[in-house]
Ligand binder design. Structure first.
Ligand code: SF4
Length: 351
């Protein structure tokens, strides 16, 4: 499979190139690859090594991304390639995100869209690994998806440059932006090899300016990433910069990859984190990876009525009235798209 020329790079002297896709802005020597391991400079031209090379493809419920306020109940064709621009020691997809050989199965954009339609998906999600690093593949797929009426969502660490957001924005409908450890810069340096967190906030602002639906997650990790002060800071930033209606998901850590000796986050800490974010004034705070917990549900911020009941990725009760209004006090709940009662078989992997 021939390599595909990359988007968003600049030629420099001595056949070097500067990649402007993510905030690392790697300066790559002739013959070398970028930090994400999947972008290669060959004689002054930057190529993607993973264009149309999916390492994983599956039909997922949209709630798994997680997106709770965007086309609830929808199914999404989820694709990923190898590679990542982070080195999270707790990554639960590390076998593909830290893959060094850019392996994968040929799955060109038109085939992804075709497969999505055949399996009754309403959208496509670029997920599991970081979609920024396979932007060319995501961009071409997203464009075709829009042509046939499918939506597109990114699950991203938010390390995209403003130029990258502007590039994908015409075809991107929703984004889940994942923080870890409350956005603590020292945590990012120590556990994810990320030099600065500022670009994530810039990316979020650009996503919002572009009219893309945003939901934010934060992975709460015992001891090293469970500071309530950090959660207060993050929730405050979300409230003030993006608005109190922005859904905020607090995700429970479970041991993985290089952090198998760190225990799962306790329910007590998760509940404390939930209350901390609620007390800042965010209207829609959720906990994730705690199936059956009441904080998986959506409540009316005005009258506290239970509106959407969930169990893990499933909606078990839907009580919203027309135009996504609370049936008790008529308050409008910010949900984009519509409810998709899928009735589909349990999500499954294609490969
Ligand atoms: S996308 Fe890859 S090559 Fe480009 S700046 Fe980020 S890590 Fe470097």
């Amino acid at each position: 499979m021939p390599m595909h020329e990359a988007m968003l790079y600049e030629r420099q002297k001595d056949n070097k190139v500067k990649c402007n896709l993510c905030a690392r802005r790697c300066l790559i020597n002739d013959g070398a690859i970028g930090f994400c391991l999947v972008r290669k400079n060959e004689e002054g031209i930057l190529y993607s090594k993973v264009y149309a090379k999916a390492i994983s493809a599956a039909v997922d419920p949209i709630s798994k991304k997680p997106l709770a306020h965007f086309n609830p109940g929808a199914l999404v064709m989820s694709i990923a390639t190898a590679g990542c621009n982070f080195r999270c020691q707790f990554c639960d997809n590390w076998m593909v995100s830290q893959e060094t050989e850019a392996t994968g199965k040929y799955f060109p954009p038109a085939e992804v869209v075709k497969a999505a339609r055949q399996r009754n998906c309403q959208g496509i999600s670029y997920t599991y690994t970081e979609p920024t690093i396979y932007m060319e593949y995501a961009y071409d797929t997203a464009k075709i998806a829009h042509q046939v009426g499918l939506f597109n969502t990114f699950v991203t660490n938010g390390y995209m440059t403003t130029e990258a957001v502007k590039t994908i924005a015409p075809y991107l409908d929703a984004a889940t932006v994942d923080f870890k450890g409350g956005g603590d810069p020292d945590f990012y340096k120590s556990y994810s090899a990320v030099p600065t967190v500022e670009p994530i906030y810039e990316c979020l602002k650009e996503l919002q300016r572009s009219g893309i639906h945003i939901e934010i997650t934060n992975l709460v990790i015992p001891k090293i990433g469970d500071s309530m002060d950090r959660i207060t800071e993050m929730a405050t930033w979300i409230r003030d910069a993006l608005g109190r209606e922005t859904p905020f998901h607090l995700l429970r850590f479970h041991p993985d990859y290089k952090m198998t000796t760190t225990p799962s986050t306790t329910v007590e800490i998760m509940e404390k984190a939930y209350m901390t974010a609620r007390n800042v004034g965010l209207n829609y705070v959720y906990v994730g990876n705690l199936p059956g917990h009441p904080a998986e549900n959506t409540y009316c911020p005005k009258c506290n009525e239970l509106l959407i009941k969930r169990y893990s990725f499933e909606i078990t009760q839907w009580k919203l009235a027309k135009e996504m209004r609370c049936p008790v006090c008529n308050h409008q709940i910010p949900i984009r798209g519509k409810l998709h009662p899928s009735g589909a078989p349990f999500p499954y992997a294609l490969f």
